[in-house]
Design a protein around this ligand. Structure first.
Ligand code: SAH
Length: 376
């Protein structure tokens, strides 16, 4: 599996699409809004201010959240310009995602996006396909980079867990698809190493692209414990493994395919992030914070009427939302690894049931981090 080509959020606007199942990611953008807004104004004032402000969103995806963060940024800078009695800048908005992303859906939404900015300055939108673990933009060309709900994806399954040219993997995570209760210690170590390699690459590439005094605001899944094996939200993957193992026991999935699948996902601790950023050396950390995002907040924010009459959403409802959310993001890579013969409807129906049992006794919120950095 080559994630650059084989990984994309489910396209379109159907029941299983990312666009229809990204409310929690929308909430994460909202919860990190104040950090992003402050960074936008600081980046504008601290880099000139430039006549044209270049803003990149890394891992923009498609659907209702694709333009939320850049919209926010423009609004914050334009508001600051009114207070400072300055002419606002023109905006160069660069929307990045992997090659398989539904950029067409994003482009089709642009007429509406532009029409919602009457009387505002010009903004120019460009799609930039490619991986953010490589260079994506010319040197010293960006004033602000933001990314939400994307950097927890690794560039590949941890290298030490992969079979190469017929030889067995250095470490095997039998019957599991992530660092789980019962995984041997070499699994967490393999994940930690992959994260280290990837995040260093990410920082090195952005250090080339961002001008001195430019900012970067990153929000993504994180964990509170220093121990990778203690990630609070690992049940998301453990229950997916349980659903796959149940299918394997009925010969619906080959056990070997489960043993060789390790989700290319990692939720670092704050300490780990700080160590990487300080070790790479190109950025100063201006703020870093954990926050939790869950479906209850989602309903408060969106006021969609999704909550039950007593204001408490049932565990079955949480489960349905989480199962559809995980399917919208992970289906492409699961199909690619397990093959078209494995029924995604069956897998996610079982997963939904396991999540409902879990949420009957546990909280459904997920831990995130938002971190603001300035280029030295
Ligand atoms: N920012 C959006 C989308 C988050 S979903 C939101 O908040 O709703 C995560 C996105 O990151 C997906 O669209 C996925 O394709 C993208 N992504 C994952 N790894 C990536 C990489 N290496 N380079 C670029 N985009 C990546």
């Amino acid at each position: 599996m080559d994630l650059k080509k084989d990984f994309y959020m489910n396209s379109g606007a159907g029941d299983n699409s990312y666009g229809s199942n990204s409310k929690i990611q929308g909430l994460i953008i909202c919860k990190s809004q104040s950090v992003r807004r402050e960074a936008a104004v600081a980046a504008y004032l601290g880099t000139g201010p430039p006549a044209t402000m270049s803003v990149a969103d890394l891992g923009c995806s498609s659907g209702s959240t694709a333009l939320l963060a850049v919209e926010d940024i423009m609004e914050a800078v334009e508001r600051a310009c009114v207070e400072l009695r300055r002419q606002p800048p023109e905006f160069n908005l660069l929307l990045n995602d992997l090659y398989g992303n539904d950029f067409n859906a994003v482009f089709r939404s642009l007429p509406e996006f532009h029409s919602q900015r009457p009387g505002k300055g010009l903004c120019f939108v460009t799609g930039v396909p490619g991986t953010f673990y490589d260079r994506l933009f010319p040197a010293k060309s960006l004033h602000l980079v933001c990314s939400s709900s994307s950097l927890h994806w690794l560039s590949q399954m941890p290298e030490e867990l992969q079979q190469k040219e017929g030889s067995p993997a250095a470490c095997v995570n039998k019957g599991k698809v992530f660092i789980s209760a019962g995984s041997p210690p070499c699994v967490a170590e393999a994940y930690r190493k992959q994260f280290h390699r990837d995040f260093r690459n990410f920082l090195r590439c952005r250090a080339e692209e961002i001008v001195r005094g430019g900012w970067m605001v990153l929000a993504f899944m994180s964990r509170r414990s220093r121990e990778a094996a203690m990630m609070e939200d690992r049940y998301i993957w453990e229950l997916l493994a349980d659903a796959l193992n149940a299918m394997a026991s009925e010969n619906l999935v080959a056990q070997e395919r489960i043993d060789s699948f390790n989700a290319p996902f990692y939720a670092p601790s704050l300490e780990e992030l700080e160590e990487e950023i300080e070790g790479e050396g190109s950025f100063c950390i201006r703020s870093s914070d954990h926050f939790r995002a869950g479906w209850d907040d989602d309903d408060l924010y969106y006021a969609t009427g999704g909550a039950a009459a007593d204001g408490v959403i049932s565990s079955a409802r949480y489960a349905g939302r989480m199962a559809r959310g995980v399917r919208a993001v992970a289906e492409s890579m699961l199909r690619s690894h397990f093959g078209e013969g494995v029924s995604m409807d069956d897998l996610f129906c079982r997963y939904d049931g396991l999540l409902a049992q879990y949420y009957a006794a546990n909280d459904a919120a997920v831990t995130n981090v938002v971190i603001a950095l300035v280029k030295k």
